[in-house]
Design a protein around this ligand. Structure first.
Ligand code: NDP
Length: 287
């Protein structure tokens, strides 16, 4: 493999150690223990696994988890009432609503009901608006994890030509904005982009978040590029791969993140980070 590996798991672990120290210091100095409300509706196995992993990471860092596992039949009104309760709960500094929600519940209504001051996932329109301004409070976890991974390479972002493939509100658009604020020159691509391979080949930094297994092939990658693969795709044999064809692309890129063990662990770590930063703001406001 010519490219250097961006080991999301190792990077996440080192950041989690710092977070655990921050949690201990905050608790010792102010009596505030960071708390995350984790709300899970229904019995989707993948969602249960994601919440379990987030809970484990919180436990290891000393963050209190207020877990709510609710039946798929619950009403939107009851879920809204729970969120209102958690918005007012002094022990909770971050609120995570695991997606997807059952079809009879409008995710947008629910996410908009989370207090922007406790929006640890960074999905609330207020926090997205602050990001557009370049003055963010909570930054969405996956995009923030992507930025930390790029920064970990030592390849400066400023002035670089960056291409983001995917324009979702939770990954593509916020990643592009975060790169823009760090002075990269950005192109955002999507399913209607013409000659995607040619656009991707211009990228010194290439972030791919589309959800299509091994879609980005070596001929789409510039020699020496930093390649971050956000995609998670389950193959028929049960294994997971990213949106990037890792083997051939790693022969051409300068840096590459794997799947699994890349962006995934960093996403969870940024949720912990956001929860602790929120608790610090809460403690400072109490003084
Ligand atoms: P969405 O489905 O919301 O968005 C996909 C984007 O990819 C859209 O903008 C779509 O374009 C674009 N796209 C689809 N096909 C193509 C194509 N052939 N060429 C160019 N662009 C294309 O996905 P998400 O952003 O939510 O997630 C993307 C991937 O990242 C998924 O695999 C998901 O599982 C993964 N993910 C991983 C996380 C982690 O922690 N590791 C966290 C979040 C997501 P258009 O807008 O035109 O339809």
């Amino acid at each position: 493999m010519a490219a250097k590996l961006i080991d999301g798991k190792a990077l996440a672990q080192s950041i989690r150690e710092r977070i655990a120290k921050d949690v201990a210091d905050l608790h010792a100095n102010t009596g505030v223990r960071p708390g995350l409300a984790a709300i899970l509706v229904g019995d989707d196995p993948a969602s249960h696994l994601y919440v379990k992993n987030k809970q484990k990471a919180c436990d290891a860092a000393g963050i209190y988890v207020d877990e709510h596992k609710l039946p798929a039949s619950m009403s939107q009104a009851d879920l809204l009432a729970l969120i209102e309760k958690k918005n007012a709960d002094q022990k909770v500094h971050g609120i995570l609503v695991q997606l997807p929600l059952p079809k009879h519940i409008d995710s947008k209504v629910i996410l908009d009901a989370v207090s922007p001051a406790k929006d640890a996932d960074g999905f609330h329109p207020y926090n997205l608006g602050r990001l557009v301004e370049g003055n963010p409070v909570f930054e969405a976890c996956t995009p923030k994890g992507v930025i930390k991974m790029i920064e970990s390479t030592g390849v400066g972002i400023e002035g670089k030509r960056a291409v983001v493939v995917g324009r979702s509100n939770i990954v593509g658009k916020p990643v592009a904005l975060m790169l823009l604020h760090r002075h990269a020159t950005i192109t955002i691509c999507h399913s209607k982009t013409k000659d995607l391979p040619a656009v991707c080949r211009e990228a010194e930094i290439l972030v791919v978040a589309i959800g299509k297994a091994k879609f980005v092939t070596a001929d789409m990658v510039r020699e020496g590029a930093v390649v971050i693969d956000v995609g998670v795709n389950r193959l028929s044999d049960g294994t997971f791969v990213g949106d990037v064809d890792f083997g051939p692309v790693s022969q051409k890129a300068g840096w590459i993140s794997p799947v699994p063990g890349g962006v995934g662990p960093m996403t969870i770590t940024m949720l912990l980070y956001n929860t602790v930063e929120s608790a610090k703001r809460f403690a400072a406001a109490k003084k």
